[in-house]
Design a protein around this ligand. Structure first.
Ligand SMILES: [Zn+2]
Length: 112
């Protein structure tokens, strides 16, 4: 058994694993277990302003984007909540009202 790290937010020891994430039941903070690994290079995701993006961030779209398979355009200024960073050309996994699950490029968003 490995000992799970304490919650980085409230230092609670009652953390548990949920897939690749660690969850704190005391303050509901979630973070990636990989953050604590020094063995792997952690990919850094940056938005249009070169700010670092993290899972769960809220961003806005900085320009109108055509969406594959959708009749409407994703408007500049659209707020995207709870993003998930993934590997790939489109490195943000998210769900947008009116569009559903989709992928965005980090270069076309800005962190709020
Ligand atoms: Zn906590």
């Amino acid at each position: 058994m490995t000992t799970l790290p304490n919650c980085p937010e409230c230092n609670s020891e009652y953390t548990y694993e949920d897939g690749n994430m660690l969850v704190c039941p005391m303050c509901a903070y979630e973070w990636s277990a990989n953050d604590f690994s020094n063995e792997e290079e952690v990919k850094v995701y940056r938005d249009a302003n070169r700010n670092i993006l993290q899972d769960g961030d809220t961003v806005t779209v900085i320009k109108d984007l055509k969406v594959k398979g959708a009749s409407s355009v994703l408007k500049q200024g659209t707020r995207v909540k709870n993003i998930r960073l993934v590997d790939g050309d489109h490195d943000i996994d998210c769900k947008i009202d009116g569009f559903g699950a989709m992928k965005l490029k980090s270069e076309f968003v800005k962190k709020i």
